[in-house]
Design a protein around this ligand. Structure first.
Ligand code: ADP
Length: 901
């Protein structure tokens, strides 16, 4: 027997495996994708596949080909890269082993197929270039969304790189692989923090000359000047490396063509838009920590989108939810990367206002948007040769709504720019929409090879081939009657099945009674069933051949027509992407308007000043859950008022909710939405910083306090006078005195620097800063009402109302009681509190301001243990005789008397 590892197919296998050593290889054999060797043993259990053995003891697991998407989704989620080796030749035509090729490499950042990618999820890939060798080198980054073709460039410093990547929903990061193979530490840090896949690529892909070549080839240009880019721009090096990777994973050769079975048109990556540098001032930056703490994309508790701010706009259409997949992705981008320029923001507000004041218009735009499919991703699949008949028909149908959107946006001044853009798109795309509609059936099959995509009358040859097929049923009926008569067996049937083809079926009784007549009429047995026999006749065989020729002819013609149609569509990728952008914007703005109407959100007044003034503001997510039970709260910060507010109040009073709500209102306004408040004036904000609660999951292995200080350091290093800073309980992770001192110094620094700041704290001592830093700091507290409850135990009710001034006490014991701590314990706690207050003096002395006393050393009274206590700790009682112990006791006793005297 020949070596099973050396069959021609296995030779192919090893070649592919060598070319893609870091991938799990799915190797197509007939109706299955086979996994061999280690791939089989590691992956089979994870996919629930049966592990078997091929001759010669080769481990093997097979996955049915039609389940491929399912397995890919699971494997990519588990962090694997998968190479797919397909048969690129019809097995019938193969002499010897059928030709195979790796037709796609699937990685987290390069998913494009419909079945693998959630429509509302944004999924991007980035390549990074560090511009010097230092550990804190600045970085230049290229980012692509493969499914839609967007390609942008930006720069970041070493501190903000991870934040920039997080806000863009990057799922895979390419980096130049150093000799060792492991990512360099600065890259590893980013990967760890964001928990995304890192893919090392040969360093030469990032070199100036080679990367430039990749970019120029992709866009068929000889210079980058037309894109406003310079040759030496490090971001171009990142773009070149990224493009090379995309071509490789999509198996596109140097001519820009991918040969792939079932590929309708050549994959070209033609949908990739020319690289564009992002406007650095165009965004209000919300770092990764803040995105998480404010629950913008998902909740902290269970990581679900529902319950997050983005979730508000993914709900039911008409209630504030977006209607199209493109809108759902854009709203995520707008909320994670709010706008930073006044013109952009007010233009969005103008349009939301127009839709709020004209509900009929909003509803009609909503109706026109609802049926529009994911044109952006379909355009991507067209460019990658992966579009299906349903994609093409979907695009045709979606384009037919442009006219309606043009009509609706006409005559509303706020939409003038969008209207003229849509008009332009319409004139380009209308002919192609009409062509799709004229040529394709309304409800095509999922796969081209199932046939029936094109209408009758589109192609004469197709009509002819089809009529042979339709005539078939009549021919069969006639033939059945004829053979029944010839055999004199009235009940016999002529039928068809996929495996055996056409047959004449006789029951066992009929077959027995027919005797010689079967041979006379040339019936040859084909298949024996339990109670029946099936036969073929020469006449039937002829017919079968003719039908199958007609069938493959029809298939061939449909493929040809489909290729032409998709090639035509591919010529308009630019217009398609402009259309999808326009739809996405309209969709998000309509969702903003719907929510504003539903919840009474108002238009914020945006200014270039430094104020933040809110009247009756609400928390956008909690208001949804609590409805009218939510207590609105206002605030003024900055401008002519103090820019920093300290908020005190008992646990559970609503401090965190309030400070988050202020951040969210600011963020929503910058995203272009109306805000949950009766009125709002908001000075343009360049960054929103949030440090709330301990977030251990994000920084495994570091102490809570360390994490808190790292994040606080980031704020202190970056917050400027146009920023908004939200701090909750800073200094909790260390001793009271350390914590209080740090909090004190942080407040002083921020009040000097001038960002609008909200600081929720337990440290009542801090409230003295209001008088010390007059005009810069003010006190707010959350009101509670206290009254004598059962058995004269004081009870409190939370009013959730923010009021000026400090809170009088901290109510921790009341809250413990509310939480169900037994009364005996809270009574005892009250006693202890009383005696501590007596020992320490009811109030600690507040420090002087640093100007009066630069070295503020003796901040607060501190407990210094008596030396006798240290001595007691050192004594080893077990090693002492009773006499030695007595002597030691006397010494200790004397020493305490000495100290007193
Ligand atoms: P704190 O930070 O002071 O401990 P939280 O902000 O966590 O308090 O609020 C505690 C609970 O009180 C929240 O879970 C919320 O249900 C409720 N709450 C907070 N603010 C309000 C409000 N303005 N209106 C109604 N309920 C509120």
């Amino acid at each position: 027997m020949s070596d099973p590892k050396q069959t021609p197919a296995m030779k192919q296998y090893f070649r592919f495996k060598k070319e893609h050593p870091d991938c799990v290889l799915f190797f197509r054999m007939g109706d299955f994708y086979e996994l061999f060797f280690e791939d089989a043993t590691t992956v089979a259990p994870q996919l629930g596949l049966t592990l078997t053995e091929r001759t010669g003891g080769v481990p093997l697991a097979g996955a049915p080909h039609h389940q491929l998407d399912n397995y890919l989704r699971k494997l990519v989620a588990l962090g694997y890269r998968v190479a797919i080796a397909d048969q690129i030749q019809d097995p019938k035509e193969a002499k010897g082993v059928v030709e195979r090729a790796v037709t796609q490499v699937v990685t987290p950042g390069t998913l494009v197929d419909d079945g693998l990618l959630d429509g509302s999820a944004v999924n991007r890939i980035a390549a990074v270039v560090f511009t010097d060798s230092g550990d804190d080198s600045p970085a230049s980054v290229a980012v692509a969304e493969v499914s839609t073709g967007e390609l942008t460039l930006f720069d970041a410093d070493s501190k903000t790189l991870a934040d920039e990547l997080a806000s863009r929903a990057i799922s895979e990061l390419l980096f130049a692989e150093p000799g060792s193979g492991d990512p360099p530490p600065r890259t590893q840090r980013v990967l760890d923090r964001l928990e995304i896949a890192g893919t090392g690529r040969p360093a030469w892909h990032f070199r100036e000359e080679e990367s430039l070549e990749a970019v120029l080839t992709q866009f068929k240009v000889t210079t980058l000047a037309g894109f406003g880019l310079e040759t030496g721009d490090p971001a171009v090096r990142a773009a070149g490396a990224l493009i090379r990777y995309l071509r490789e994973t999509q198996a596109i050769d140097n001519e820009g063509v991918a040969s792939r079975p079932g590929a309708i048109a050549a994959a070209t990556l033609a949908h990739l838009q020319p690289p564009k540098r992002e406007d650095p001032a165009g965004r209000c930056i919300v770092d990764a920590v803040s995105l998480r703490a404010l629950e913008i994309e998902k909740t902290i508790r269970d990581g679900a989108v529902k319950g997050s701010v983005v979730g508000l706009f993914l709900g039911q259409a008409g209630q504030g939810g977006c209607r199209t997949a493109m809108g759902k992705r854009l709203v995520r981008d707008w909320l994670c990367r709010p706008a930073g320029r006044l013109e952009t923001i007010t233009s969005r507000h103008d349009r939301v206002a127009a839709l709020v004041s004209d509900r009929r218009l909003a509803d009609e735009i909503g109706h026109a948007l609802s049926p529009i499919q994911d044109v952006a991703r379909i355009a991507g699949r067209l460019a990658l040769g992966r579009a299906t008949p349903r994609d093409v028909v979907g695009i045709g149908r979606s384009l037919s709504f442009i006219e309606r959107l043009c009509e609706l946006t006409d005559n509303t001044p706020a939409f003038a720019a969008q209207h003229s853009e849509l008009r332009g798109i319409e004139s380009v795309l209308r002919p192609i929409a009409e062509r799709v509609e004229a040529e394709c059936v309304e409800d095509p099959p999922a796969l081209l090879r199932d046939g029936g995509v094109f209408r009758e009358g589109v192609d004469k040859r197709l009509d002819e081939a089809r009529s042979l097929q339709t005539d078939a049923s009549k021919w069969l009926a006639d033939y059945q009657a004829k053979i029944a008569q010839e055999l004199d067996l009235p009940g016999i049937k002529v039928g068809y099945n996929k495996v055996f083809g056409y047959y004449v079926e006789l029951t066992a009784v009929q077959a027995a009674s027919a005797g010689d007549r079967l041979a006379q009429h040339a019936l040859t047995r084909k298949q024996t069933l339990k109670n029946a026999e099936r036969y073929i006749t020469p006449e039937l065989k002829d017919f079968e051949d003719k039908v199958s020729r007609a069938e493959s002819m029809a298939q061939e013609i449909e493929r040809e027509l489909f290729t032409k149609l998709t090639a035509e569509l591919t010529k308009h990728l630019g217009a398609l992407s402009a259309f999808s952008n326009a739809v996405a914007e309209l969709d998000v703005l309509t969702a903003f308007a719907d929510r504003a109407t539903r919840r009474g959100w108002t238009r914020p007044e945006m200014t270039s000043g430094g104020e933040l003034s809110l009247v009756e503001a609400r928390h956008p997510v909690l208001e949804e859950a609590l409805e009218h039970d939510f207590v609105p709260n206002g605030l003024t910060l900055g401008g002519s008022d103090a820019a920093l507010a300290l908020i005190t109040g008992p646990n559970m009073a609503g401090k965190s909710t309030f400070i988050r709500q202020v951040a969210l209102v600011t963020l929503l306004a910058h995203a272009g939405s109306f805000v949950p408040a009766k009125a709002a004036t908001i000075g343009l904000t360049d960054r929103i910083f949030t440090r709330v609660g301990a977030d251990d999951a994000l920084h495994r292995g570091q102490s809570t306090f360390m994490v808190e200080m790292i994040e606080t350091a980031n704020i202190l290093n970056h917050a400027g006078e146009k920023s908004l800073v939200i701090l909750d309980e800073i200094g909790r992770g260390t001793s009271t005195l350390d914590g209080l001192s740090l909090a004190w110094a942080i407040v002083e620094t921020l009040s000097e620097r001038g960002p609008r700041t909200l600081f929720a704290t337990h440290y009542h001592e801090l409230t003295d800063l209001e008088s010390q830093l007059e005009g810069k700091v003010r006190n707010l507290h959350v009101a509670v009402r206290e009254w004598a409850g059962e058995g004269d135990q004081p009870e409190i009710v939370f009013l959730h109302q923010i009021e000026p001034g400090r809170s009088e006490q901290s109510f921790g014991i009341h809250v413990a009681r509310l939480a169900g701590v037994p009364q005996a314990v809270t009574d005892r706690a009250r006693d202890v509190l009383g005696s501590l207050a007596v020992h320490h003096g009811a109030k600690v002395e507040a420090p002087k301001s640093p100007k009066e006393q630069p070295a503020q050393m003796s901040l607060f009274t501190e407990f210094v243990p008596h030396p006798a206590v240290d001595r007691l700790r050192e004594i080893k009682l077990d090693e002492m005789s009773p006499m030695q112990a007595f002597d030691e006791l006397r010494r200790l006793s004397d020493s305490t008397r000495d100290a007193k005297g």
